[in-house]
Every structure is written in C-alpha cells, then in structure tokens.
Design a protein around this ligand. Sequence first.
Ligand SMILES: *[C@@H]1O[C@H](CO)[C@@H](O)[C@H](O)[C@H]1NC(C)=O
Ligand SMILES: *[C@@H]1O[C@H](CO)[C@@H](O)[C@H](O)[C@H]1NC(C)=O
Ligand SMILES: *[C@@H]1O[C@H](CO)[C@@H](O)[C@H](O)[C@H]1NC(C)=O
Ligand SMILES: *[C@@H]1O[C@H](CO)[C@@H](O)[C@H](O)[C@H]1NC(C)=O
Length: 248
Amino acid sequence: MASSRWLFFVFFLVSLSAAQPGLPTFFCVDTSGNYTNTSTYQKNLNTLLSSITSNTQINYGFYNFSAGQDTDQVNGIGLCRGYVSVASCHSCLDLLATKLVELCPVQKEAIGWYDDCMLRYSSRSIFGVEEDSPSRIIANGNSVSDVVQFSQTLGGLLSSLQKIAASGDSRRKFAIGEANVSSRQKIYAFMQCTPDLSMQDCFNCLGSSINEITNCCSGRVGAQDLKPSCILRYEIYLFYDSAVWLGA
Ligand SMILES: *[C@@H]1O[C@H](CO)[C@@H](O)[C@H](O)[C@H]1NC(C)=O
Ligand SMILES: *[C@@H]1O[C@H](CO)[C@@H](O)[C@H](O)[C@H]1NC(C)=O
Ligand SMILES: *[C@@H]1O[C@H](CO)[C@@H](O)[C@H](O)[C@H]1NC(C)=O
Ligand SMILES: *[C@@H]1O[C@H](CO)[C@@H](O)[C@H](O)[C@H]1NC(C)=O
C-alpha cells in the first residue's frame, strides 16, 4: 500500500514536469540593438507575439509575421515540430513567447526552442533566409556498444531524411523515419526546416547539422541540433507521435 502510494507520487511528479517545461534553450541577440520599455518596438513585439497563436487559420505549424514599420518593425517566425498537434503547437508557442521576452527583456532579437516548437524574432529581415547560428547541440552522454554499425545505419537514415525534408512544400519541410541497427536496436530520427526556405537552403542547413552531429556525437544513443533554420534529432526510442503527422 505504502509503495503504491509512493509510485503514484512519482508518477504525479513526472507528469507535472512534462506538462510544465522549464527553461527553453535560448539565445538573446543584441547585434541589432536593444529596445526600451514602452518603446514602439516593444509594442510591436507584443502585438506580433500575440498574433502568432491567435491566428486560427494557420494550422500547419508555421507562422511568419511582421508588426510595425521601418526601424520599429519586428519580424517573427514560429515553427512547431511536424509531429505535434495544433493545440500543443499553440500552447508551446504561447509559453515560449512569454519566456523569451522575460529571458531577453531588452534585446531586439531572440530565439528559443522547446521540445515541441521554436520561436524567433528580430528587427532584421529573417524570412526565406537560411541561418545556421546561433545553434546548440544537445547530446545524450551514453554510447552504444557497436559504434561502427550504429553510425553506418544512422548515416544512411539521416541522409535519406535530409532529401525528404528538403523536398517538402512551402507549408512543411519535415521528415521522420526509423532504421534497424540490429534485431534489437532501432534508431528514430526527425528533421525539419522552416518551410520558407528553398529546397537547396533546407538541404544545406540539414547537411551542416548532420556534419556537426557526426563530428560531435559519434556513437551517442541520441542527439539533437537546434538551429534557427532547421532542427535534427535522433534517439534509440520513439520520441514522436507519428499518428499526428500521418493524420494531418
Ligand atoms: C544591450 O543590453 C545588454 C543588457 O543590458 C547590454 O549588456 C548590451 O551591451 C546592450 N547592447 C547594446 C548593443 O546596446
Ligand atoms: C523593462 O521591464 C522589464 C520587466 O519589468 C525589466 O526586466 C527590464 O529590465 C526593463 N528594461 C529596461 C530597459 O528598463
Ligand atoms: C511566409 O512563408 C510562406 C512560405 O511558407 C511564404 O509563402 C510567405 O510569403 C511568407 N510570408 C512572409 C511575410 O514572408
Ligand atoms: C526492422 O525490422 C523489423 C523486424 O524486426 C521489420 O519488420 C521492419 O520492417 C524493419 N524496419 C526497417 C525500416 O527496415
């Protein structure tokens, strides 16, 4: 009895932390300058951030909007991972918008990632432009036992997904897939570009992710590379819900 209550308590804690993610991975960028409170830029930024998820006509997980004009213009991009539902997409972007302006209270440019979504804004023009930095690699510390076989399988899977993702349309540039390392081990992988990129730019962005992941993380059981224009992740467990994607 005591042990089942303990188990329930542990389960409760786990689901609480899953429902309320902590800090996103983020960067505050001041190369385009800072803004002050009550400035027009700040007003435009708030307008932009609230318009992203209040737009109910867009249901494919990509948002590219501007607010304001001239030097006070703010450009924003929101991208949800192709395997999350519209509802999860909205709540992820809402939370990330709130966190980003808290974490970067003066910088005109910022970018952040949660597991389900990415959000960035800037006074610069950012639409249709491939940007590979700032970026962050998050790698699992554990290694596989058969590095050669694992790397070979992973390399094949990633290069086939790179082609599929790059050849997506202007709404979605996204691919998920799996491959068998052995009868007992699988690799699950995911890639996505912001769909405003050209096929070639998407291909190049994912190519540099594949190179970086290959260099940094050979034999690791999982890794992800977060870039402004593209995202790559692989794991040895199923980390996406393919039903959402296939049903969309
Ligand atoms: C922007 O503000 C930050 C934090 O106050 C400061 O460290 C940085 O030097 C400022 N950058 C510019 C370009 O003014
Ligand atoms: C603007 O207000 C926020 C929160 O109230 C504060 O953290 C930030 O430092 C202020 N920025 C400036 C430039 O005063
Ligand atoms: C937003 O991206 C779409 C491609 O997904 C493009 O057709 C559209 O022109 C972009 N909007 C802006 C404001 O750049
Ligand atoms: C992986 O192996 C299973 C059988 O163990 C097979 O059913 C499946 O088609 C294989 N998947 C791939 C992608 O080759």
